[in-house]
Design a protein around this ligand. Structure first.
Ligand SMILES: Nc1ncnc2c1ncn2[C@@H]1O[C@H](COP(=O)(O)OP(=O)(O)O)[C@@H](O)[C@H]1O
Ligand SMILES: [Mg+2]
Length: 265
């Protein structure tokens, strides 16, 4: 495991055993899908899991879990007001999307991002968690910096697709997470949309976005390549329907997610 001298003062989060960030160089590579898959697979294994959607520009966890238009409740605990997270499929879910109107652009400056993120992290009644999985915006911005500086992040899972443009952006992300001052351990790379297999010919693999990109990146940075996730129309269907849990209920689709989780838990 890499050692970091992340020197910033951290919020107290001893009620959460491990905080794992899911990040990527660019958008649309499957970060939210992978973050959800990790959370669901862990919850299936009996762990207490929280899932925080911190993607200010495109919060999609509410859609994937079909939790739009809900009224969040708050409770009093030890003199503090805490927000009760939404619970679905045994996962405690909180999203920055619950606090912004959908279809409206979020134009928050850094300090506002930090403030809202800290509320989501600290004012949510997470209870005792084994894992808090955080879905982050693409790239490396205010959200990542706030999380790395102010919380004890156990590790980062990087999601990429095999094509070169996606990989180029991941280099920048790795560079930030490896930075001695604010870095956190990079647990590994997930290559999503690695290939396509036709439904009737599952033995055939078509490398639509190229091949071997994740492996190259892993070797270059000496980071484990955790999992290859194929392109499957059911993944998109389930996500669009707000039935993301069906991914881990499916005997074939669940495999790459369970393998991934077993390597990082
Ligand atoms: N392995 C996959 N097979 C098919 N569709 C996928 C796969 N991974 C992600 N998708 C779809 O691609 C789109 C982008 O995925 P998403 O997880 O929202 O990416 P990000 O969070 O990085 O922007 C979504 O419509 C999702 O359902
Ligand atoms: Mg997303």
């Amino acid at each position: 495991m890499e050692s970091h001298k992340n020197v910033f003062q951290k919020f107290e989060t001893s009620h959460i055993k491990k905080i794992i960030m899911v990040a990527s160089g660019k958008g649309g590579v499957g970060k939210s899908t992978v973050a959800s898959g990790i959370a669901l697979s862990l919850a299936n294994q009996g762990y207490n899991v929280g899932l925080l959607d911190a993607d200010i520009h495109g919060p999609s966890i509410p859609t994937l879990f079909h939790v739009t238009n809900i009224a969040l409740e708050s409770i009093q605990k030890d003199g503090d007001t805490k927000i009760v997270p939404f619970e679905r499929h045994k996962i405690k879910i909180m999203s920055i999307g619950f606090f912004v109107e959908s279809h409206k652009a979020v134009v928050w400056r850094g300090p506002m991002v930090t403030k809202v993120l800290n509320q989501l992290m600290n004012d949510t009644d997470w209870g005792d968690l084994d894992y808090l999985i955080i879905d982050t915006p693409p790239g490396t911005g205010d959200v990542h910096i706030t999380l790395l500086q102010q919380y004890a992040i156990s590790g980062v899972v990087l999601v990429t697709t095999p094509q070169k443009v996606a990989l180029a952006d991941v280099h920048k992300a790795i560079d930030m997470f490896r930075s001695p001052k604010i870095g956190a351990p990079v647990l590994g790379i997930v290559e999503n949309m690695a290939w396509f297999s036709p439904h009737n010919h599952p033995e055939e693999k078509y490398y639509i976005f190229g091949q071997g990109g994740g492996k190259l990146l892993a070797e270059e940075w000496n980071i484990p390549l955790l999992s290859h996730i194929p392109i499957h129309e059911k993944v998109r269907d389930y996500c669009d329907e707000g039935e993301v849990q069906k991914i881990v209920d499916d005997s074939i689709l669940s495999k790459p997610f369970n393998n991934l989780v077993n390597k990082i838990k």
